[in-house]
Design a protein around this ligand. Sequence first.
Ligand SMILES: [Zn+2]
Length: 322
Amino acid sequence: MFLSPYAQMQKAVDIVHSSPHPVNKIAAALFGQDQDGQDYSVSSTNYWPENIVKTIGTSCKIGGSSGTIHAETGCILKAPYTDGASICVTDPFCPNCAKNMAEAGIKTIYIDHKGFQKDFALRRGSHFDAVSMQICEKAGISVYELYRKEERLVPIWEAPESFSPFEDSPAQISAIDVLNQQSFDQYIDDAEKLHYSRKFAIAGAIDKGGAYYIILVRSHPALGYCMQRDKAEMIRDDSKYNFVLEPVSRLLMNAARNGLTICDGYLYSSVVPTSREQVNMVGAGLMQVIVGDKERARDETAFDAMKLLSMQSIIRFIDTAH
Ligand SMILES: [Zn+2]
């Protein structure tokens, strides 16, 4: 069967050695049904976007982030419609990908059992248990360890039947008649009034039938978390990973979840996107972002990434007239 997780895992395993990463070679295959009920499957290794390889290279950091797109996120950026989809990954996934997969509406994750035996997984183990799995439980994503040869699944965590995660602040998606600079400026204005000093992002997007939409999101903890209720749970000592999903990342994931493509030039972020958001933007093929306040960012590394990517003409950071 085309959509069996064993066949899909084999697809990921078959390409994993083609990963350009010298040490951590990872691959994933994402599969499900698009809005028309058609089966699809896409796969990806972790990789550096072509324009980053050409101009910056693979050894240089981009602000605080590596220049790579993780395999799981790479699949989401390629997929036609991720709501309810499943994904096979060769290795235990990182917290950032867990947040992305939750936001993209993925419901089932299969991890190759061999992935748990690698050095890399052992090093990453505490993040997997303490952060990635917590995110999956809150989002209602079932996670299985998959044995290809025996065609056997061992549940790591199974979401209760008909579990529906709490959505504190879902993306607001509205159908619109026209998308042009003037109308987009108006949507930015309205969003600014609504969110005031909160971090948010907004984009114009198109579906495969050619209809336009506006997607509006604010920075928010991963799907299923509630800002107030889960405050204590979200406090962590190390700062490498946290539970918050930044707005541009949320936009990219919600576009995938709803089968929409963000129109380049129609992306606005109220502050400078984080280094990771900027790299993921490049992975999504976006080359422009309008920034509300270029003096504001989550951390200093975002400014370094902005400097580097604009100097190399990979992303244009456009000043807003607002
Ligand atoms: Zn990852």
